[in-house]
Design a protein. Structure first.
Length: 415
């Protein structure tokens, strides 16, 4: 009698062996063709490639977040008269001040902070004397807050600051791009030149604005965003589009191009790239040589780079183009002082004192400091100080400077 069960078992085994042999041959062929997981259609291959890229991107993002946290320090202080941010704790790191109240912070010059972020702080004042490595400050939900900047700032981000927030720049040229949203309490001023009266630029609303210096005015415009949510269409000096600019006269076109170079130079100056800033200012002056502010700015670049002869030439040109520009006189005096030409030094500062009505008290005090240094070389600094006294008769530091000058003159005469 035939045992069919054995035949079935044997047939099943033969089929399994054949299938395994076929699979082994197929795998060998795929390996030879570089198709380890078998042939794939274009759609499957593209999907797997995108998944791999997303995984790599996610890993890089997580790695970057971990790297950032290692280089960020978060601080909080309550009701302290003065706190100095310096030392190993903050050097080379981004600093986040979160929840501080009733504190005066000082970031001394020479402190290498990457970025400054201030979250939910109240009744806080920060005197930023150092140049931030990224030239960036971020403020969020701050109240009764004041930030005083001694160095240029490239970018300031202010969000949800409904209560008063005051930003004090040292000079008008130090003002970079200021992005702000729903911050009606935001006000700007520049203390050492021009008016010190704050100008409110913040507005209420869930839309982002950008404020920046355009020509002689402080403009605030809405920010439009393009692909990737990057800001686009930041207005030119006059808020004109490229199509409108192409229709203006050649002279106007040159003026607009010169203004672009000036603004680009200001950006480089704020980034402490003084050589590139000087190059951009040169392009601006080639297009419009009557911009006294640009002559003054380039003179400052040369001073920063240690080229005092060029600084003197540009500062002198500034005073020729606009004799009422106090920066031209000041930087001319600084150039003389750097070259130890003290008689010209005090004569220049004397000329500055005559137009110091356009200066604020802080800049005048800076001039007086250099008078002190020149007194030993030239006692005629006293008449210049007397001129300064006429302009500000109640200024105690001017009166003290006169007394100091008289004392040094007597000491010099007796030696």
């Amino acid at each position: 009698m035939t045992d069919y069960s054995k035949w079935d078992a044997k047939a099943s085994k033969l089929c399994r062996d054949a299938d395994e042999e076929e699979k082994a041959e197929e795998a060998a062929c795929n390996d030879a063709l570089g198709l380890k997981d078998g042939p794939k259609g274009p759609t499957t291959e593209k999907a797997e490639k995108e998944i791999k890229q997303l995984k790599e991107h996610s890993e890089k993002r997580e790695s970057f977040i971990a790297w950032s946290k290692e280089r960020e320090v978060s601080l909080c202080h309550k009701d302290e008269a003065s706190v100095t941010l310096s030392g190993p704790e903050v050097q080379g790191k981004a600093v986040r001040l979160k929840g501080s109240k009733g504190v005066n912070y000082v970031v001394p010059a020479g402190t290498s902070i990457v970025k400054l972020m201030v979250d939910a702080c109240r009744e806080v004042r920060i005197h930023l004397q150092a140049q931030l490595l990224t030239s960036t400050v971020e403020l969020y939900k701050c109240e009764a807050f004041e930030l005083q900047l001694d160095q240029p700032l490239g970018t300031l981000q202010v969000d949800e600051c409904v209560q008063p927030v005051k930003i004090i720049f040292a000079e008008r040229e130090h003002v970079g791009k200021i992005y702000h949203q729903n911050s009606p309490g935001l006000a700007l001023s520049w203390a050492l030149t021009g008016t010190s009266e704050p100008q409110t630029v913040g507005q209420t609303g869930d839309f982002q604005l950008v404020s920046r210096i355009c020509g002689d005015t402080l403009r605030t415009d809405p920010v439009r965003r393009g692909e990737g949510e990057f800001p686009i269409d930041i207005p030119t000096t006059e808020g004109e589009s490229a199509s409108t600019a192409s229709q203006v006269s050649d002279a106007e076109e040159r003026r607009l191009e010169a203004e672009k170079k000036r603004l680009a130079g200001n950006d480089m100056f704020r980034a402490s790239d003084f050589a590139q800033a000087a190059a951009l200012y040169t392009l601006c002056l080639e297009l419009d040589p009557q911009q006294s502010a640009v002559w003054s700015n380039r003179a400052q670049c040369w001073l920063k780079l240690g080229d005092h002869e060029k600084a003197l030439a540009d500062a002198t040109k500034c005073t020729e183009v606009d004799p009422s520009n106090p920066k031209g006189w000041f930087r001319k005096g600084m150039s003389y002082h750097a070259m130890k030409r003290y008689p010209e030094d005090w004569m220049t500062f004397w000329g500055l004192s005559k137009c110091s009505s356009t200066l604020c008290q802080g800049r005048l005090h800076c001039c007086l400091l250099h008078f002190y240094l020149a007194i030993k070389r030239c006692r005629k600094a006293i008449p210049a100080l007397l001129e300064a006294e006429k302009l500000e008769p109640t200024n105690k530091q001017i009166l003290d400077a006169i007394k100091m000058a008289q004392l040094m003159a007597r000491n010099t005469a007796g030696s």
